[in-house]
Design a protein around this ligand. Structure first.
Ligand code: AMP
Ligand code: ZN
Length: 467
């Protein structure tokens, strides 16, 4: 079945065709590791993880590369301000390398909690400085650069299709609609490829280059590393929508001016996690990390479930209420799945199973329509005729290859409410004290609440009674 993806380049859904048959070369913009990542960031990575799972479900072999930005991302997008990692290092009295290592580890811890598969290649900017220098040299050779007192810049007026991804009004910008913060820049859209180390301040991270000691501009790392691992033209490149007008626009300029070839075939961008309608971000202070989620006793997988209930291209407003509701729904889902696993009964109808499988594939292949795919799973759970619990269980585990909710590893103890757990414990104590009357009373009480309790040789077994 064909896969359709919404390509930001051209702003329409297109049938996905890989460059190499059966293979996908995918690059995802990774995190800048100067602070804890927040839920907004993780939407970007759960989105990529879902995309990879869908491609693999469609039998593609995916080579997934993600960078770690540990140098060059400045506090100001217009190539001014301080390096975010160095700034944090100064503030915390640590080295820039320590800061980057610490937040990288924290990032992957959270990724694991969200059951996001680690990309095949995770590449740090600081490990690829020579690749970046070589790329800047190619861009320079082709006549797209100029030097100012603080670095080597890309001359965007040399490219006649600069800004094509974002549909930027380049002429408007050039006519000076925006205040140019760097007077040495020839055009407001020009950007730094290589920045010189400042004379008055010693940087911790700096390297020699043909142009002088310094460090790379933020955009060059992704172009250099993606082309190093995936070749000059990639199948898919992802990131959040904030990357469209600057970061990805500049990546295209760098790659295409160096190679003369198209850089990326499909650009995919996730929309924002918002809080009260505003982008969740560090600078606004309206963010929550995965640690905040756990500190409130919320299962991290509830966040993954919440993401799946919305299309990646729509804004998703985060509230504690919504994540708690997602947790509750996920618990109910787990209970249903557990019952199905234990039940194994009914008459089978292969035609119906096939229909469900096809419908599921049609949804996920339609630009990752996970909300409809999730609804389909609930429809299947409620389906009363012509499909047995074993088939339902198998189908749900198949769907979970995309959802990644670990529905094959449910522990009933984890999904019982505190109240139920307390009653079970009380019953065990009553039995130990040979107070069988009280034990039976509790058994009846639990039954009324929808739980059946069985005493087996291996201990007690609890299951939800289908009502
Ligand atoms: P950064 O570390 O800022 O480069 O961001 C890493 C990734 O997270 C990028 O793809 C961003 O576009 C994405 N991102 C950042 N904030 C949000 C948000 N509030 N919602 C969704 N994606 C975000
Ligand atoms: Zn990037």
């Amino acid at each position: 079945m064909k896969i359709e993806l919404f390509n930001t380049m051209g702003r329409k859904k297109q049938e996905f065709k890989s460059i190499m048959p059966g293979e996908v070369r995918l690059y995802a913009c990774g995190p800048t590791v100067y602070d804890y990542a927040h839920i907004g960031h993780f939407r970007a990575y759960v989105f990529v993880d879902t995309l990879v799972k869908i491609l693999e479900y469609n039998k593609f072999k995916v080579k997934h590369v993600m960078n770690i930005t540990d140098v060059g991302h400045l506090t100001d997008d217009a190539d001014q301000g301080e390096d975010k990692v160095e700034k944090k290092a100064r503030k915390e009295g640590k080295s820039a390398w320590e800061i980057a290592d610490y937040y990288t580890e924290d990032f992957f811890d959270a990724m694991e909690k969200l059951n996001v598969k680690t990309p095949d290649i995770v590449c740090k900017a600081t490990d690829h400085i020579q690749d970046m220098i070589n790329l800047v040299k190619d861009i320079e050779k082709n006549g797209y650069t100029y030097e100012t007192s603080d670095g080597i810049y890309f001359d965007t007026s040399q490219l006649n299709d600069y800004g094509k991804l974002a549909g930027l009004d380049i002429e408007g910008l050039r006519e000076g609609a925006r205040v140019n913060v760097n007077p040495e820049k020839k055009h407001p859209t020009d950007f730094a490829l290589w920045k010189f180390s400042p004379n008055n301040k010693k940087r911790q991270m700096e390297w020699d280059s043909p142009w002088g000691k310094g460090f790379p501009g933020w955009h060059i790392e992704c172009t250099a590393m993606s082309m190093r691992y995936l070749g000059e033209t990639l199948d898919i490149h992802t990131g959040g929508i904030d990357h469209i007008p600057v970061h990805h626009t500049n990546e295209i300029a760098q790659a295409e001016s160096a190679t003369g070839k198209r850089y990326v075939n499909y650009w995919l961008h996730n929309n924002f996690i918002t809080v009260n309608g505003e982008k969740m971000s560090k600078s606004k202070g309206n963010f929550h990390t995965m640690k905040d989620i756990e500190n409130r006793g919320i299962d991290p997988m509830a966040v993954r479930y919440l993401f799946l209930t919305a299309n990646y291209r729509t804004q998703l407003n985060f509230t504690w209420k919504s994540v708690k509701a997602a947790e509750k729904t996920l618990d109910t889902l787990r209970e249903h799945v557990k019952i199905l696993q234990e039940e194994k009964k009914g008459g089978t109808n292969l035609e119906k199973v096939r229909k469900y499988k096809n419908q599921f594939l049609a949804y996920i292949n339609d630009d990752l329509n996970t909300p409809e795919a999730i609804s389909l799973m609930w429809k299947l759970i409620r389906e009363e005729k012509g499909i047995n619990s074993e088939e339902k269980y198998k189908l749900i585990l198949e769907f979970d290859k995309i959802f990644g909710l670990n529905l094959d590893k449910i522990e009933i103890g984890k999904i019982l409410s505190i109240e139920i757990k307390k009653l079970i414990k009380e019953r065990q104590t009553a039995r130990k004290n040979k107070n069988y009357e009280r034990a039976d009373e509790i058994r009846d009480e639990l039954k009324k609440m929808g739980y059946e309790i069985q005493d087996t040789k291996k201990g007690i077994k609890v299951r939800r009674i289908n009502s």
